[in-house]
Write a protein that binds this ligand. Sequence first.
Ligand SMILES: Nc1ncnc2c1ncn2[C@@H]1O[C@H](COP(=O)(O)OP(=O)(O)OP(=O)(O)O)[C@@H](O)[C@H]1O
Ligand SMILES: [Mg+2]
Length: 286
Amino acid sequence: MNIETKNLSYSYDTSKKKTNFALKDVNVKIDNQEFLAIIGPTGSGKSTFIQNLNALLLPTIGEVVVDEYIIKNKIKIKNIKQLRKKIGIVFQFPEYQLFEETVEKDILFGPKNFNLVNKNNDLKEMATKVLDIVGLNASYLNKAPFELSGGEKRKVAIAGILAFEPDVLIVDEPTAGLDPIAANNMMNLFYKLHNLGKTIILVTHQMEHVLEYANRVIVFNDGTLSYDGKPWDLFSNLELVKKLNIDVPNIIKLYNLTCKKYPKLANYKVTNITEFIKYYKEVMAL
Ligand SMILES: Nc1ncnc2c1ncn2[C@@H]1O[C@H](COP(=O)(O)OP(=O)(O)OP(=O)(O)O)[C@@H](O)[C@H]1O
Ligand SMILES: [Mg+2]
């Protein structure tokens, strides 16, 4: 599945004279099976951008092309349901996404809505399977979504999207508010799904995750795309990072400091602490 935005601008302003744009002339091509991270300060347009990708918001100017679908203002999209089945979004605030009386019903809403269930399906088994994938056991099936903690709600929202097997999974700050182990488990889940062939689009404020998991990162600043490239190339360029107002992962700070003392370390690219220790030992053994 290929996604392309062409001169995409978006304004929430419904009056004729639009002055405020949340997205300004964004041109991006997202290839099949990428693990793309989207970063940028609060209010820079990240959530607005992802909602333009499956026609939850329609471009004010420009267009979004997703395979054979052309998403454009004032043009009716044929088979929009099919498009939304292909691109699943887990919202930044999952409480907006959960509305059924029980977790089971919520998870099965998508598959039913997209006509993916028939009388031969064991619905409970279907819901249990995706709950298990996100790390929740079957005891959650009968719980009411509003009784859950923030992290649990997010997991249920992800399970509900995985249940209809989209090709592209977009997650908006999925690890915010999770404890570190749960956050790592969730990132490993996305990594696994990515290796199984899904395109992952991750909006995050956690630079460590960008460096470790994403193969590409785009940066928004005030609605404008200000960087598109490899995470390493961004984080290792101190001038650029400063210019874009981006925080550097702690592991890069440690790496930079250590490189000053042991310049040979600079021959290695480091994306996490395990790699850092490995290469540090190698350099020390030289
Ligand atoms: N429903 C809305 N109505 C009006 N303006 C909005 C709405 N949602 C977002 N905006 C505005 O659009 C701009 C971009 O917001 P957006 O939510 O896309 O930012 P973001 O990068 O996702 O920020 P955060 O990191 O805080 O989630 C902001 O100026 C915001 O105030
Ligand atoms: Mg947001």
